[in-house]
Ligand binder design. Structure first.
Ligand code: F0G
Length: 482
């Protein structure tokens, strides 16, 4: 049979113009932004792959739902619609809405962690770990070793290593481990999935020891698609069924609706235990807003209630991850080092492999993301030592094995042609990679430093000289002195 391509299961009804800039403009912008892509103005970006968080395009049904916002302070009908969506799709009886994922992480950490506790997780996530630490806990990475190897082809690189988990529990005692946080997929490992078999084994280990299993469900729909594709016994299950089986193994979940659920703002904490839920409902009033709106407008709750249902449609999820694969495979064909297997929400460039001439303490991934912006107007994000921050006890920089640049694909926003431009931009930068130079901190904020830090070039002029590239001016030579 002839090959038949697939296409996105939607067509475009509204467009938002984007603008190319000249290389000279981008050189100025990156310098003004302290070489941090978070500090570039959005209007100066051509293709924005900073994050998949809150950057989705909503459907016509979601926009229609926005008009049905019930903006009552208490008991908004949209809250009950969201509660129904979460109960039916994720299966958590108790729903506490929050303004976004970290709001839910804050509540969960405050409720369950006592000073001196230990919280294992399958690789850290920035906001999750910080809230655990602020509550007095110590985070422990119990992900399998393969996750730290960008070239490992393990199909479930997000899996928990039961031996590492057991070693921690033996060392500190189960009573000091209130819960394990299992993230599906694992963002900082490269959007890598966790298998259902592994999650089941984690739950079986934890239950008799009184350790709760808390899901970071932020990209659990994408994780379910990987399970369907890679776990043979799950092949005939729908993504919605697999998502439900995943959640059924857990005691609760924190959720950033800004990813899987196709909305621009919103999150929630889902629980089963009504006593803990009552405490969370009380605490949410302190930090977010009443327990029926959690810092969101009624219209935001409605958009999320609808987005949750759209997110588990098979055709949608196939095209979403298919687009990420399209970009990843083009880069692989060109020999660009990326994290393999390709993840669910992003393609991660292996900056350490690409820029071996830049030492880790000069932040190769930060420099690469800055160079990509100057090269092409494509905005990506550092996911390496800058994101990892400092050890709260020693104050030393943490150097994770992975030093990555994340090309994060917003959902339902860009076309295949945009992905082609991104491919060409990365390849052009790859060819000139020897001309990228390192960076050092000019300003380092205390919390989550990657968002607001500023940098300056180390020694020689930064970045590159280049040939033809998207949106560039004619000048070939490109010098970035601070
Ligand atoms: N958990 C994971 C796995 C995440 O990726 C994020 C956010 C959060 C929790 C926190 O959710 O942003 O709604 O407060 N990740 C974004 C990103 C910021 O770009 O990866 P939030």
């Amino acid at each position: 049979m002839r090959h038949r391509s697939w296409a996105e299961p939607w067509k475009i009804k509204v467009v938002e113009p984007i603008r190319m800039t000249t290389r000279a403009e981008r050189e100025r912008h990156i310098r003004e932004a302290g070489f941090n892509t978070f500090l570039i103005k959005s209007e100066d970006v051509y293709i924005d792959l900073l994050t998949d968080s809150g950057t989705s395009a909503m459907s016509d049904r979601q926009w229609a739902g926005m008009m049905m916002g019930d903006e009552a302070y208490a008991g908004s009908r949209n809250y009950y619609n969201l509660e129904r969506s979460v109960r039916e799709i994720y299966g958590y009886e108790e729903l506490i809405p929050t303004h976004q994922g970290r709001g839910a992480e804050h509540l969960l950490s405050k409720l369950l962690i006592k000073p001196g506790d230990h919280v294992p997780g399958n690789m850290y996530f920035t906001t999750t770990r910080l809230h655990q630490e602020l509550a007095g806990g110590t985070f422990h990475d119990v992900i399998i070793d393969e996750a730290h190897d960008p070239a490992s082809e393990h199909p479930f690189k997000g899996n928990v290593d039961l031996k590492k988990l057991d070693a921690l529990v033996q060392q500190v005692g189960a009573d000091k481990v209130p819960y394990i946080c299992v993230a599906v997929t694992v963002n900082l490992a490269g959007g890598q999935p966790v298998s259902l078999a592994n999650l089941r084994a984690v739950a079986e280990y934890c239950r008799p020891r009184g350790i709760k299993v808390m899901l970071d469900a932020t990209r659990a729909v994408e994780n379910s698609w990987f399970i369907q594709q890679r776990e043979p016994e799950m092949r005939d299950r729908t993504v919605a069924e697999i998502l439900r089986m995943t959640c059924d193994l857990t005691d609760g979940a924190t959720m950033s609706g800004k990813k899987d659920s196709l909305v621009n703002i919103g999150g929630w904490l889902g629980l089963r235990d009504s006593a803990i839920a009552a405490k969370a409902q009380n605490l949410v009033v302190v930090y977010e807003g009443l327990h029926t709106y959690g810092g969101l407008a009624g219209r935001d709750l409605e958009a999320m209630a609808i987005g949750i249902r759209e997110s588990v449609e098979e055709e949608y999820i196939r095209s979403r991850i298919g687009q990420v694969y399209y970009l990843g495979e083009r880069l692989q064909e060109a020999g660009v080092p990326i994290v393999t297997p390709i993840g669910g929400h992003a393609v991660f460039l292996d900056a350490a492999a690409m820029l071996p001439h830049i030492p880790r303490d000069q932040f190769p991934a930060q420099a690469l993301a800055a160079a990509l912006y100057v090269e092409s107007g494509v905005r990506a994000m550092e996911r390496g030592a800058v994101s990892a921050g400092r050890d709260p006890v020693t104050g030393e920089n943490r150097y994770p094995k992975l030093e990555l640049v994340r090309l994060t694909i917003p959902r339902r926003v860009y076309t295949q042609a945009h992905m082609d431009v991104v491919t060409e931009s990365v390849i052009s930068l790859f060819e000139d990679r020897k001309l990228v130079h390192g960076l050092r901190f000019a300003y380092e904020p205390e919390y989550l430093r990657f968002f607001q830090a500023r940098f300056e070039p180390v020694g020689a002029p930064v970045v590159l000289e280049s040939g033809a590239h998207a949106g560039a001016s004619v000048d070939r030579h490109f010098v970035l002195n601070s």
